[in-house]
Design a protein around this ligand. Structure first.
Ligand code: ADP
Length: 745
């Protein structure tokens, strides 16, 4: 590497449509750069600011990105710039950048912005040559910055870009859509109505598809996969009518803004409304969600993902050789991935071309496995209705129950399991309050409407308990399973269910009633279950914690105060670390690490040093079992004493709010996908001589089944958590973002 590259200045800009999550990304870019000792500039108003220069290019400090993480939109502004599309505009932009010594850029924007950036990079040497020729800049300056290096992060609520599983903004947009449809659902239930809802997505049906799953919508139109039938109007009306006949009071139809039929004729939400009104004679209302979808505070996932991406973008940029191919930094299966920027842009644009060419199969396949999987599940769900098996065929009797503490999304999973089971003609039984209910004979048969409205309901309507059976109870459980002629069992919940399933497997020899397929579906806010990287309920809990901590932080506007927030998680620090990342906590105490006196001393010193400076707010997050002796009370007392007159300390034990609330879109989507697969598994395996006992889970974004007998190998049984926890790798990033706290979180 040549001499001139020893001083590096990075510029960061947000461009194109704004998206929630851009702020945490900018914060991460700025802090990572400063941590490397590199100067970093925010370029306000995207390319427009770059062309204008002057005050639009602002040197950033650690504190200048404090307190922005929870804000929607982008604090550094985003704009569209016609001038940047011209060579003369880009020449001005180059002059402005090089004057500040900026020759490395992090661009956060959509495919348009990234295309523009690449063109700018390609032209850079010739633009500088022109500027030298016109005596706008010195030759020496131009020689010191011969190349422009770029890294792209995708900011787009549509989730429409290749190179990343999620774009910045998409998860939050799903939150907004889901909240809106939940609200509409609650008013619609008072009347017999159909609501047609238009969501964003010109070439990408991600928001439409996922929000349909998350809200239990009854029909959906997406650009990648238009209705197969030429008379789709009749098909849709028939499905809506069938829903009415089984007792549904309100129907929801979701239309992506770019929806069209097989001949590329647009299907507008207005037209869908008219069709329903005319053919079914129903009161039909249209809601176009519009900019609501872009707004609001970023979700917990958004904040942590954008932080990780911003961090990786700077590392990529600093490691890049001058003139090397620009990369797009994305996330895949929790891992940060880099791919050639322009290949990703080309593939993204290719989907639009393929759709225009009416090759819908390729378009859908290009979206990847989980998209097509989700689409298949949704189609099954929207077409499902209670069926009877052909004469002579015996329906299976499948039982569902919960285990462990309540987790949001449990109801979503039960709803899907019940309906898909009934759709196949089987009998679905539910044990109330888990194993204990079964022992007590508290079992009922479920019908189609018994799970109506459960898709977004928090808590656990079937009841759940942490109770674990004793030796004698297993004999009773076996008797009950026999008495109810249970052919397969689905346990949706946490540890106690996994343990019971394992114990049942071990007792098969002498209790033949246990020779049935059993599936455990991970649902626990703690995210501590083996065989899955995510458990249903954890994302909702994380969002609950984040929302509360945001409020706690706001309450401390005027005083010098340190909050110690205790969160749940049992012996798993997932909620503590991830909420720490999402709220900008300066310290998290995890059970995986424990707490030592040396740690506490160092933390006290840091707090004292910070509050002696201009620090006004401290935030510490402690997992409830981080250490048996250095409790939250102890930590608070210690900080209070040592803080003296410098700052005061407040304790916030968030408690059961973490288990409540409507499930987040992510939890609803995962609950739906997993429950659908569980039912397929049970139905498929009932006739086997030794059917398996398994846990379903998400591993590397794929749905996998793990034999329950193998789980002990993967588990730290004493601590009740998986041996390998992927999220522990995020600790250095959390630590880095939280240091230098003297001038703000
Ligand atoms: P998005 O990045 O969200 O796709 P746009 O397509 O509107 O948004 O692009 C944002 C800005 O990026 C434009 O206003 C323009 O300044 C710049 N840009 C987009 N495409 C190009 C291009 N082909 N050449 C130069 N600049 C471009």
């Amino acid at each position: 590497m040549s001499e001139q590259y020893t001083t590096k200045s990075i510029g960061v800009l947000t461009s194109g449509g704004d998206a929630p999550g851009m702020n945490p990304a900018v914060r991460a870019v700025v802090r990572t750069a400063l941590n490397h000792g590199v100067e970093v500039y925010a370029i306000n108003e995207g390319y427009r600011g770059m062309v204008e220069g002057g005050a639009q290019i602002r040197k950033m400090s650690w504190g200048s990105v404090g307190g922005i993480m929870h804000m929607g939109g982008t604090v550094i502004g985003s704009a569209r710039s016609a001038e940047f599309r011209t060579r003369s505009g880009r020449r001005l932009a180059a002059k402005n950048l090089v004057t500040y010594g900026i020759d490395r850029l992090v661009i956060i924007g959509g495919d348009g912005s990234l295309t523009g950036a690449n063109l700018f990079r390609e032209e850079w040497p010739s633009l500088l040559a022109e500027l030298v020729e016109q005596q706008e800049i010195s030759k020496d300056l131009a020689d010191r910055h011969p190349q422009l290096n770029l890294v792209g992060l995708v900011g787009s609520i549509d989730n429409d870009m290749f190179g990343t599983d999620m774009t910045i903004g998409a998860d939050t947009a799903l939150h907004r859509i889901t909240e809106a449809i939940d609200a509409i659902n609650s008013t619609a239930a008072s009347h017999q109505r159909t609501f047609v809802i238009e969501v964003m997505g010109r070439n990408c049906g991600y928001l439409a598809l996922m929000s349909a799953i998350a809200t239990g919508a009854n029909w959906v139109f997406i650009p990648e996969s238009p209705p197969e039938s030429d008379d789709w109007e009749a098909e849709m009306c028939q499905a809506l009518q069938a829903g009415r006949e089984i007792g549904r009071r309100n129907s929801i139809v979701i239309v992506a803004e770019g929806a069209h039929d097989r001949y590329n004729k647009p299907i507008s939400s207005e037209y869908v409304k008219q069709v329903i009104e005319q053919r079914l004679g129903e009161d039909t209302r249209l809601t176009i969600l519009g900019h609501v979808q872009r707004g609001g505070s970023p979700s917990a996932f958004e904040r942590y993902m954008s932080t990780v991406l911003g961090y990786a973008a700077v590392n990529e940029l600093l490691a890049a050789q001058p003139g090397s191919e620009p990369q797009l930094i994305g996330i895949r299966e929790h891992k940060v991935v880099r791919s050639p920027l322009m290949e990703c842009v080309a593939k993204t644009q290719r989907v639009a071309e393929v759709i225009a060419a009416q090759d819908y199969e390729t378009a859908t396949n290009m979206r990847g496995g989980s998209f097509t999987d989700a689409f298949r599940t949704l189609r099954t769900l929207t077409r499902a209705h209670p069926r009877s098996l052909p004469p002579g065929q015996q329906p299976l009797r499948l039982m569902i129950m919960h285990s462990g503490g309540p987790a949001s999304g449990m109801n979503t999973a039960v709803r899907v399991a019940v309906r898909l089971g009934l759709d196949k003609g089987h009998t679905i039984l539910a044990a109330q309050n888990g194993m204990q209910g079964l022992v007590n004979g508290d079992v009922r048969e479920m019908n189609w409407m018994s799970v109506s409205d459960w898709v977004g309901k928090g808590g656990a309507e079937l009841g759940t308990s942490r109770w674990t059976p004793t030796e004698a109870d297993y004999a009773t459980i076996a008797e009950r399973l026999e008495a109810y002629s249970v052919d397969g069992l689905l346990i949706i919940g946490g540890w106690s269910g996994y343990q019971s399933a394992y114990e049942m497997l071990n007792r098969r020899d002498h209790l033949p009633a246990f020779r049935i397929p059993i599936v455990c579906l991970p649902a626990s806010i703690n995210n501590n279950l083996p065989g899955s990287e995510h458990s249903v309920g954890a994302d909702t809990a994380l969002n609950n914690i984040m929302t509360d901590v945001d409020k706690i932080k706001q309450s401390a506007v005027a005083t010098r105060r340190c909050f110690v927030v205790e969160v749940m998680g049992r012996n798993c620090g997932y909620l503590a670390l991830m909420s720490g990342l999402a709220t900008g906590a300066e310290r998290v105490y995890l059970p995986e690490e424990g707490v030592t006196l040396t740690d506490l001393q160092a933390d006290v010193d840091l707090l004292v040093k910070g509050f002696r400076g201009n620090k006004r707010l401290g935030l510490i997050i402690r997992n409830e079992k981080a250490d048996p002796l250095y409790t939250t009370d102890f930590v608070c007392a210690l900080f209070e004493k040592e803080g003296g007159n410098l700052f005061d300390v407040r304790k916030a034990i968030l408690g059961h709010v973490q288990q409540g609330g409507n499930p987040s879109p992510y939890d609803r989507i995962q609950a739906t996908r997993l429950a659908a697969k569980c039912m397929e598994f049970l139905i498929e395996h009932t006739n086997e001589a030794t059917p398996q006992v398994v846990a379903i889970g998400l591993q590397s974004s794929q749905i996998q089944f793990t034999n329950i007998a193998n789980l002990s190998r993967l588990t730290n049984t004493k601590m009740q958590r998986p041996r390998r926890q992927w999220w522990l790798a995020l600790r250095p990033i959390a630590k880095m973002m939280a240091q230098h706290q003297n001038d703000g979180l």
